[in-house]
Design a binder for this molecule. Structure first.
Ligand SMILES: NC(=O)C1=CN([C@@H]2O[C@H](COP(=O)(O)OP(=O)(O)OC[C@H]3O[C@@H](n4cnc5c(N)ncnc54)[C@H](O)[C@@H]3O)[C@@H](O)[C@H]2O)C=CC1
Ligand SMILES: O=C(CO)COP(=O)(O)O
Length: 342
């Protein structure tokens, strides 16, 4: 495959994932990592290590870091005419709208977002938030799939999916990002890719809770499988293609997040099983756990659409309604029998 050399890329958001993606892409491109906290960005520059969000993964010498928003945008506005630069949005879903507001009216290239979830309050998917704020003039894509930041930063093998309604942008992102140990597939089902990436976080809280309660490996496999059925039902109601949920952004990310202890969402579940309060868990985590706000947004959406989502209901009940986790697990098992594919 033809690799584009030294394309200019700006990553907006210097958390764990933005930093890991910037590290991976800096091996082949001219990458600038922007973070909103000037003191933190100075510390990263001084240590050449993001000690707050991704400690122990030195930044390559070529990777530039900055807290200057104008400079970050100028980086991707100054490319040669034959290059299309890339703007990567690496904030959590809660930060997407505010970040997009900062971009509105500015001259920006193609945007690719990495966040996984439904927006709290609106239950919108990221591409819908992008369309609301920027309109459809800027081509956009979601990059998703099973990808723990720490492993990507170490250069371990990883496969992702880029989803966009623009074929040209999908091809562009593949040409830029595919290579070394990153394998990038493409897909035109933006809704399916985003729904899979969002709801798997809720399922990871469920499996973490189940594992923490000692309910066993059989229960975990059941939760993952029925979780996939639940994700698929919601996705189909929103217009997704069923096959997408068998792919990297569906089953792939669901398996990773439900079983891998690097998952922050799984760790939320493990801590809930210990009886910790949600506020304590979130404070101790020090990172976003998208499954928490997403459980509420998905519950609201499922009610609105009439989609049966018992695992999401159970997770939201434990997180927000003070329902006891062990009782919730028993409640799930006590549901009436049904045909498996339904
Ligand atoms: N960490 C991982 O392994 C992966 C994370 N993701 C997704 O990427 C998104 C970001 O996750 P992480 O970087 O891991 O979270 P994190 O909790 O490690 O860092 C979040 C970063 O976003 C910044 N931020 C928050 N609101 C912002 C705003 N309005 N403007 C600019 N920056 C803002 C914070 O300052 C912080 O630097 C989430 O949606 C997550 O689900 C996706 C794949 C892998
Ligand atoms: O999305 C992820 C892996 O693909 C990261 O999951 P967590 O946010 O649960 O750590």
């Amino acid at each position: 495959m033809q690799q584009n050399k030294l394309t200019k890329i700006t990553v907006l958001g210097a958390g764990a994932w933005g930093t890991a993606v910037a590290i991976a892409l800096a091996a082949r491109h001219d990458v600038l990592l922007w973070g909103r906290n000037p003191r933190q960005m100075q510390e990263i520059e001084a240590a050449r290590d993001n000690r707050a969000y991704l400690p122990g993964h030195p930044l390559p010498a070529a990777l530039r870091v900055s807290a200057d928003f104008d400079a970050a945008l100028a980086h991707v506005a100054t490319s040669a005419p034959d290059e299309t630069p890339l703007l990567i949005l690496a904030c959590p879903v809660a930060g997407l709208r505010p970040l997009l507001e900062q971009l509105r009216g500015r001259s920006i290239p193609n945007v690719v977002w990495l966040c996984k979830g439904f927006e709290a309050g609106t239950s919108l998917l990221p591409h819908q938030v992008v369309a609301q704020v920027l309109g459809d003039v800027v081509p956009g894509a979601a990059l998703s799939g099973p990808s723990f930041a720490q492993e990507v930063a170490r250069g371990l093998p990883c496969a992702l999916t880029v989803a966009s309604s623009s074929r040209a942008l999908r091809e562009r992102v593949v040409a830029l990002a595919h290579g070394d140990n990153l394998r990038v597939y493409s897909c035109d089902d933006l809704v399916g890719v985003e729904v899979g990436g969002a709801v798997k976080n809720v399922m990871a809280i469920a499996t973490g809770t189940s594992d923490g309660l000692g309910l066993g490996l059989n229960a975990r496999a059941a939760l993952i499988t029925r979780g996939l059925a639940e994700i698929t039902r919601l996705g189909l109601a929103l217009g997704a293609q069923p096959g997408t949920f068998m792919g990297l952004s569906g089953m792939g990310d669901l398996i990773l997040t439900c079983t891998g202890d690097l998952s922050r969402n799984r760790r939320v579940g493990l801590a809930l099983a210990e009886g910790k309060a949600l506020a304590t868990i979130v404070a101790e985590l020090g990172h976003v756990a998208e499954g928490v706000p997403c459980a509420k947004a998905v519950r609201e959406l499922a009610h609105k659409l009439g989609v049966d989502m018992p695992i999401t209901e159970a997770v939201a009940g434990v997180l927000f309604d003070g329902v006891d986790a062990a009782r919730t697990a028993a409640g799930l098992l006590a549901r009436d029998p049904r045909i498996e594919v339904a």
